[in-house]
Ligand binder design. Structure first.
Ligand code: ZN
Length: 82
């Protein structure tokens, strides 16, 4: 059985890696894709920021617009080089 990873809708529609957001992928397939490592890095950043935000709010809620904006800029600066 292949291990599958599913992701929340955490990237904006106009983000270069939006197609991976809100999706379900085999771990192996994602890792072998050229944009896979970049996406996984963004997702890890999202998870870390999310955990911090939830801890500060005291309860889980939808990601704030501020958090999504931070991630969007992060993704843009990291994909410029390619
Ligand atoms: Zn697959």
């Amino acid at each position: 059985m292949e291990e599958a990873l599913d992701f929340p809708h955490f990237l904006d529609d106009d983000h270069p890696l939006f197609r991976f957001s809100d999706g379900l992928f085999h771990k192996e397939c994602l890792h072998s894709h050229e944009d896979g490592p970049e996406f996984l890095r963004l997702h890890a950043d999202y998870e870390a920021a999310r955990e911090k935000e939830i801890a500060e709010m005291g309860e889980p809620g939808p990601p704030s617009a501020q958090l999504l904006e931070v991630l969007k800029r992060l993704g843009e600066s990291q994909t410029k080089e390619s």
